[in-house]
Design a protein around this ligand. Structure first.
Ligand code: SAH
Length: 272
């Protein structure tokens, strides 16, 4: 059996319990060495497990290693960074396993975009600010389909999280400014979210490229953009006394000073 497992964003205790248990059972572990924290291997793998780093392998070599292990009756974990469903290149592996009639399953992981929000102590979906998150990347050596150019997506002005783009920030800045964002729209560069050497650089859309340059960041970072990084937002209806839900009757109107939580972004808004 082959288990695709999300390793989480970096911290070794941010893998799921299921993922850690599968790692402990594996005879063969093929891990994405460019991003998976190797201390996960030390902590969870059996000492006799065979470990391969896929950063130096092709798809064909990865599939050949899995197939060989499967024919020998072994258990394989294919360990991907964050959650495997985002930029994980797992579909092509699963299709190859389907063709070879090899069974597999997938264990999700904590994506870097969740790790980044935690590092920032931020909420991406603030009422009256943004109720949508666009997860995308800047077009570089890998093209993006028509209709998904960054300047088109930027027209929405909602919360945006850019993967795989930290080395292309001049272009990112230009494209974002062609949309609904302005030079002053808040942005944050989150380098190695949840790793011991995590770093956060707060800036604006107009200073993204300069901020990354000054801090020597050009990889392993997420770019987060939008008003969610600002001070103003509306409090949630979910916990508003005057708002009835399926679980709670409406009571009194809230005291006026609580109706808008503007300026108290970290302290006082609902958690769910
Ligand atoms: N499947 C992964 C993403 C893989 S693509 C996930 O769900 O997180 C690789 C890109 O993810 C990197 O170029 C970087 O933009 C981002 N990334 C991965 N781990 C990160 C981390 N700990 N902090 C910041 N960005 C990270």
């Amino acid at each position: 059996m082959i288990h695709f497992v999300g390793a989480g964003p970096g911290a070794e205790d941010l893998i799921t319990v299921r993922g850690a248990e599968l790692l402990g059972q594996a005879d063969l572990v093929i891990y994405a060495g460019s991003l998976v924290n190797p201390s996960l291997l030390d902590r969870y793998c059996r000492p006799d497990a065979k470990v391969l780093n896929s950063a130096t392998m092709t798809l064909e070599e990865v599939v050949a290693s899995m197939t060989e292990a499967e024919r020998a009756g072994k258990t394989t974990v294919r360990l991907h960074t964050g959650d495997p469903s985002l930029y994980g290149a797992i579909r092509e592996q699963m299709d190859a396993l389907d063709r070879a009639h090899i069974p597999y399953d997938v264990t999700p992981g904590v994506s870097a975009f969740s790790g980044a929000a935690a590092a920032l102590r931020a909420e991406y979906t603030l009422p009256a600010v943004s109720q949508s998150v666009i997860i995308t990347r800047m077009e570089g050596r890998t093209p993006v389909p028509a209709g998904e150019k960054l300047h088109d997506l930027a027209l929405h002005g909602c919360t945006m999280v850019l993967f795989l783009s930290a080395g292309l920030l001049e272009k990112v800045q230009d494209e974002l400014l062609q949309g609904a964002y302005t030079e002053d729209t808040p942005a944050a560069i989150v380098y190695k979210a949840t790793w011991p050497d995590q770093r956060i650089v707060n800036c604006t859309v107009g200073t993204l490229a300069a901020a990354a340059r000054e801090n020597g960041i050009n990889r392993t970072a997420l770019i987060t953009v939008g008003g969610f990084l600002g001070a103003s937002y509306d409090r949630s209806e979910l916990y508003n006394p005057a708002f009835e839900t399926g679980f709670r009757k409406a009571t009194a109107a809230p005291p006026t000073e609580d109706t808008s939580a503007s300026g108290k972004a970290k302290e006082s808004h609902g958690q769910d």
